[in-house]
Design a protein around this ligand. Sequence first.
Ligand SMILES: [Zn+2]
Length: 467
Amino acid sequence: MRLYNTLTRKIEDFAPLNPPIVTFYSCGPTVYDYTHIGHMRTYTNNDLLKRTLIYLGYQVKHVMNTTDVGHLTGDDDTGEDKLEKGAKKTGKTVWDVAKFYTEYFFKTIHALNIIDPDIVCPATKHIDEMIKMIKKLEAKGYTYETKEAIYFDVSKFKNYGKLSGQKLEEKIQKAREEVHIDPEKKHPADFALWFKRVGRFADHTMHWDSPWGDGFPGWHIECSAMSTKYLGQPIDIHSGGVDHIPVHHENEIAQSETANNTQFVRFWFHNNFLMVNNQKMSKSLGNFYTIDDLEKNQIEPLAIRYLFLQTHYRQVMNFTWQSAKAAQNAFNNLKKIILTYKSYKTNKSYMSNKSYKTYFSSFISDDLQIPKALSLMWQMIDDKNLSPQEKLDLIYDFDQVFGLNLKSLKEKKEKIPENIIKLAELRKKYRQEKNFEKSDELRKQIEDLGYTIKDLKNNQYEIKKLT
Ligand SMILES: [Zn+2]
């Protein structure tokens, strides 16, 4: 398999360190607000990577965190705590807020048919591991303490910036815009490993004992501590959004490589942004669409998954309601085709044309060319040399990667409305009385309402909706 690696900025040959197992870490959600369509795309793309690896014969060991503590509104230690902010807004406790939005996240990813990680690790359950790692960094002389926090000293880590290619000077520029600057902080790019429960954090609800006093961890340390615990190092693949590259992932590298004396991650996999109507998602535009918004617009979650398949993960994707509706139509069409194939009821499949599978594998192993693989499926559907059963088998085979849950597709039995059933029952009565004039009249009434009625043995009947 070939995969783009943010670290080298190249598409490289990928093979895991200890085949057939691929160790895979994903930065998970900060559970203080609703999971929106941007997250949906990120986690679907992670899932497409994972399913591709499985399709190609690897076993994926997948770990994902949930940030249920201490993530400030700015990635760079500025702003308020997202959870505390969410709690204030809703009048709930921070713990309730985290629980509610964690459940919403999983409801969303399950609706998208995303395979659960093998291990989901909430930050609040791993405070000990984080403290242990900070102590290690401290012992090695990479930290310093101020009245407010324990910081990682980036000037000591000589490869700082290797992932983003960003120079430290650029970070200084950005840091000038910070809302709050700890006056004792040495370098603007230094980041907090542990916040003390003093000053602006004196009322912080979530807090734990530590060698540096009562407080709570900085955001970045959780991913380093938990990925080390569950996957060891180096990790084969680490994923996240492109917005994580310059701060969060640089910081993860600095912490992990300092603490563990080895490479942290071999392949960095980053998902590009999702725009809505060519604009960035923002509170003021109200375009943080959730699965509930999709449902209100009659868009199935799996149709959105279908929409995501059409854009390569490294491209910026533009979402519009029009494109969502087009995806829903295409998905409906696909489902209809599958149901037709199923109705042929031949069980023989010769797979005479193996080349579709070969093409499919070559597309997905070429840095996840899912859009190409999807159009290959439609080409195959149009191929007159294949039998319906062969096509069905290929669709099911490809869907191991697409994840559209097509194998469990069943013909929906249309629910027959009460008034139609009443008319049919009345008609049954007339037929028993051999009043065929009245029964014919009722048949016509039923048909005028858009249904057909077929008489079966023993005075039974079958009603179907006219299509
Ligand atoms: Zn992370």
